[in-house]
Design a protein around this ligand. Sequence first.
Ligand code: NDP
Length: 246
Amino acid sequence: MARVALVTGGMGGLGEAVCFKLAALGYTVVTTYSPGNTKVNDWLATTRDQGFNFKAYPCDVADYDSAAACVAAITAEIGPVDVLVNNAGITRDMTFKKMDKTNWDAVMATNLDSVFNMTKPVCDGMVERGWGRIINISSVNGQKGAFGQTNYAAAKAGMHGFTKSLALEVARKGVTVNTISPGYIGTKMVMEIPQEVLDTKIIPQIPMARLGKPEEVAGLVAYLSSDEAAFVTGANIAINGGQHMS
Ligand code: NDP
């Protein structure tokens, strides 16, 4: 039977590429969308025309009960989750001086609480079945910090602390937990940065002198999801064109 992969935020730039890749490899791919997102039916129709058969469930990943209900519905209707890709995320960039508690809380809840909320209802099942993959999409800015991103960098760095700790707890149970830290990838999130900032401040920091492609990150997710990656756990894998090496 095909393994079930749950990709949060699969309608976004990176998430969609991950959905495409895992589906092409034969996983049954399920994704989430924010409750109230009105584009989901169009996205399902478009991807169906492209030959995919994704399932999409409403889920506010920042909300514990919403995440639990989403996973319960997926488990009942499709099957237990074998691969969880915690990909949904937001930015609320501003200097610390301007940042209020609302902007802090939104980023922490969506980018970090979400990892707890989504992992909690799938992890025990993975352990019981003796196989599972949890992949957390962090960021280069969680590794090195970034001007205007105290909230985002803190949440993304926190993800990796979670990864390392849970990896220890489930290492003997066939479940791996890893972080991927992408650099700047050419998705909507990054294309919202003014072109001038991209050209003068961001691209010059990248030795490869270009943005990454969503498919390049998806390829790494596919590897970490595979049986071949069984010995990789607790890792934080950078994919950033050489922007940051640690
Ligand atoms: P997008 O903005 O394109 O997509 C983000 C996705 O997250 C959307 O599908 C959105 O769904 C979903 N989402 C946001 N909030 C919630 C919520 N509360 N509940 C459920 N879903 C939610 O971003 P990217 O594809 O660029 O980024 C994906 C991940 O990769 C993020 O975690 C980001 O931080 C990380 N990343 C991205 C980089 C880049 O350069 N693009 C670099 C490093 C890391 P909806 O539209 O339905 O709200």
